[in-house]
Ligand binder design. Structure first.
Ligand code: NAD
Ligand code: DAU
Length: 355
């Protein structure tokens, strides 16, 4: 497969940085375009070969900077991941979600469409705009059933509503302008380099710090978990083989209640880093007030991407969660850097200090 120049928005964040590592390791060049909000950190890009990435510090709402970057680096295709991504933050302060997830996606579509129109026919044929979205746009399931690509949208949080709006914009750019888009809707990711506000890294961090492990409500809400490298592999597959204008659901077929997740992490930590007092980390579990509008269950039917594009996840939950806990135990420096925002950019050959 020919190596390409990919523009990745949000590539200093969790999934974007894992994708940057993965694409660069296959010989591609990645343009990392990121605003570096609290969730983005250059520490997450350490290890990407310096000759394979270019970092541009920018907001996706800045159409002129996006356009300039596209032309300067002769971008072949884009993975759009930049977003405000945390449901709890969207409840406390929805405006940043509207600005980045909706207006930012609109700005990007405008800049990219103009760029696409300027390309010659051969490069136009190969160009793709892959919009990375979430299963949360489909709302909440009862005890049975799965989200398919045909499930009606029913977002319940400001976060999921803003992602749903961005999905609709992307769809409209295909139908109205013939702009070559692809959309993916994925379930909950976990793995290395996830900001410790999301359930799994938060629980690992709090357990080791001797702090409470907060479980919302009765702890029986269900999520469908996918190891982040499997998601990145699915995204590359969709970029290479996906049919323009189509949507692909991505999930791990791995439903777990939140309480099961937290107990699994405690049990792994009990073995890998036993507490000095001999007690289990489970003693730190604390049930707290539920999240407002908390969706009960998510579960993805990923049969379309499996059948049509041949993608399969490689990790089971058991193998993936072991790798994840191990990564956090080995990378406490990364956690300090990301929580304190004091990463030394010169370690990446860039000037200054982030934060
Ligand atoms: P994240 O919060 O870890 O990272 C988001 C990145 O976007 C950060 O680097 C941040 O600095 C950057 N960013 C935010 N606003 C920006 C702006 N205005 N301009 C430029 N950069 C900006 O998010 P994540 O968990 O890696 O999620 C990435 C994408 O995948 C999101 O679009 C999210 O909706 C989607 N998604 C996430 C999951 C999941 O479980 N994490 C599952 C399905 C889909
Ligand atoms: O489904 C995909 C979505 O998964 C992505 O689109 C989002 O960007 C991503 O943040 C994630 O959303 P969730 O709200 O499902 O993830 P979170 O890690 O915040 O919560 C997972 C579950 O754990 C959820 O039911 C809420 C619960 N929870 C979360 C936290 C942070 C707790 O019980 N305690 C907590 O402290």
């Amino acid at each position: 497969m020919k190596c390409k120049t990919f523009f990745i928005t949000g590539a200093a964040g969790f999934i974007g940085s894992n994708l940057a590592h993965s694409l660069a390791s296959k010989g591609n060049t990645v343009i990392i375009y990121d605003k570096l909000t609290y969730a983005g950190n250059l520490a997450s890009l350490e290890g990407v070969p310096p000759d394979k990435f270019i970092f541009v510090h920018g907001d996706i709402c800045n159409t002129s900077l996006v356009s300039e970057t596209l032309h300067n680096h002769k971008v072949d295709s884009v993975f759009h991941l930049a977003a405000e991504s945390h449901v709890d933050r969207s409840i406390d302060g929805p405006s940043a979600f509207i600005e980045t997830n909706i207006n930012g996606t609109f700005s990007l579509l405008s800049a990219f469409r103009a760029y696409y129109e300027s390309l010659d026919e051969t490069r136009k044929q190969d160009f793709r705009f892959l919009h990375i979205s979430t299963d949360e746009v489909y709302g909440s399931l009862g005890d049975d059933g799965y989200f398919t690509e045909d499930t009606a949208y029913a977002p319940n949080s400001p976060y999921s509503a803003s992602k749903a709006a961005s999905d609709h914009l992307v769809r409209a750019w295909f139908h109205t302008y013939g702009f070559p888009v692809l959309t993916t809707n994925c379930s909950n990711n976990y793995g290395p380099r996830q900001f410790p506000e999301k359930l799994i890294p938060l629980v690992i961090h709090n357990a080791l710090a001797g702090e409470p492990l907060p479980i919302y409500g009765d702890g029986k809400n269900v999520r469908d978990w996918l190891y982040v490298e499997d998601h990145c592999c699915a995204l590359h597959t969709v970029m290479q083989k996906g049919v323009i204008g189509e949507t692909y659901n991505i999930g791990g077929n791995c439903e777990r209640q939140n309480i099961q997740i937290v107990k699994s992490i405690c049990s792994i930590l009990d073995k890998m880093r036993p507490k000095a007092d001999g007690f289990s980390y489970e003693n730190q579990i604390t049930f707290v007030k539920d999240r407002p509008g908390h969706d009960r269950r998510y579960a993805i039917d990923a049969s379309k991407i499996k059948r049509e594009l041949g993608w399969e996840p490689q990790e089971t939950f058991e193998s993936g969660i072991h790798k994840t806990v191990e990564w956090y135990l080995d990378n406490s420096k990364w956690v300090d850097d990301i929580l304190n925002g004091n990463y030394r950019c010169e370690r990446l050959g860039l000037g200054g200090t982030q934060g």
